[in-house]
Structures are given as C-alpha cells and as structure tokens.
Design a protein around this ligand. Sequence first.
Ligand SMILES: N[C@@H](CCC(=O)N[C@@H](CS)C(=O)NCC(=O)O)C(=O)O
Length: 224
Amino acid sequence: MKLYMHPASTTSRPVVQFITDSNIACDMQVVDLFSGEHMKPAYAALNPNKMVPMLEDGDFRLTESSAILKYLADKSNSPAYPKDLKQRARVNEVMDWLNSHIYRDYGYGLIYPQVFPGHKRRSDEAQTATVAWAKDKCKDWLQLLNDNILGHGKAYLCGDQITIADYFGYAILQVGELIRCDFSPYPNVKRWMDTMSKLPSTAKVYEAIRGFAEQVKAQPFVAV
Ligand SMILES: N[C@@H](CCC(=O)N[C@@H](CS)C(=O)NCC(=O)O)C(=O)O
C-alpha cells in the first residue's frame, strides 16, 4: 500500500500515526503541497480532489482521512475500530461529529483564515466576523466535547480504549497549537490531549506542524 500525504497536512497526520502505531506496511509518498504538486496533472489524475491524504491499495484508491482510517483499521483487524455493532457505531458517530462540527468551525473558521493566506477572507470586516463567529462556535463545541464526549472520566473519546476516533480528533484539535489555543477551561479535553501527545509516535508525526507553530509564535492570533 502507499499513502500520498504531507507531514504538514492536518488530515494526513492521523492516518500516518495510525499506520505507525499499528505497524501497517505502507509506503509514504510525500506530495509537495508547498510547490503545488497536488494541483499538477500527474497527481490530479490520481485524485481529482487534488488533496492529501490518499491511499492506494493495488488499483484501489481511497480519499478522505476518516474513510482511510476505517479501511486501514479493518484491513489490519485493529481493535481501534471495534467490531461490536454499537461500539463501532459510537466510533463512527464521534468521527462524524469531529469532521462535520468542530473541525468546520475550529479549522476552517478560526485557525486556517488566520494562518493560511489562501483561507483569509477578502476584507478585514469579513475576516474579523468569520473568526469571531467561529470562536464562539468553538467554545460551544469544546464544552460539548469536554462534558459529553469526554465526560464521566473517559480516557479516550469512545471509552477506555484508544480508537481511530482519537487519532482523528487529536489531529484536528492539535492544529490549535498554531494559534496557541488553551484547553485549560476544558479539563477533560486537556487531559485527553495530553494523553494523545504522549503516544510514542506523536513527536515524530507532529514534528512538522510544531516547527510551523514555532515559526508563527510571535504573531498575534484570536484563539480559544
Ligand atoms: N476531507 C478531506 C480533507 C483533505 C484536505 O483538506 N487536505 C488538505 C491538507 S490537510 C489538502 O490537501 N489541501 C490542499 C489544497 O487545499 O490545496 C480529508 O479528511 O481527507
């Protein structure tokens, strides 16, 4: 198998980390997002979305980090994607929640417009309004994550065992390091983030994004 990825890509990181932790045999093919390799015909022919990650397993190609995680977990018979119907449904539920609720406001509303020029809104007014609106929404999502998903002393998002939802969720929440988000008002979120950050694979997989956070550490940002 081959994973087309980039170390600075939020959605590549959970897949790379899961592959690493699960000892899955998979080559890593860096697609250089910074030089626009993903927009060029060679890669666009493989993935018309022109994005990473993309998994190639023989002549089968799969996009969408959430779907790739599920495929790899099933293929490797991983306990991180339980077979029990209800436990599996819970993992799917949390991954959908992360992807469709918090990531939309946190990544695309709060963080990326402040950090990536291509996401910046066209006027100062639109930029300020986008970021302020997203910040309010993120506070609600983080409170829900803290009280509901991670409440009742749960070690991980779906219970006492790590699942692919944790790999996915950590990648999404960790991007907040770029704008120096502070999770201390959400102690369950902070505890879970600390647990995930201490996985042996985290340092290497998150090296590039932490290097980027270092580069922008003097810039003022609106954060939660
Ligand atoms: N929903 C997709 C999102 C993929 C995505 O946004 N990839 C970004 C990197 S994190 C990308 O390739 N961006 C290139 C671009 O937008 O030009 C997934 O979860 O895999």
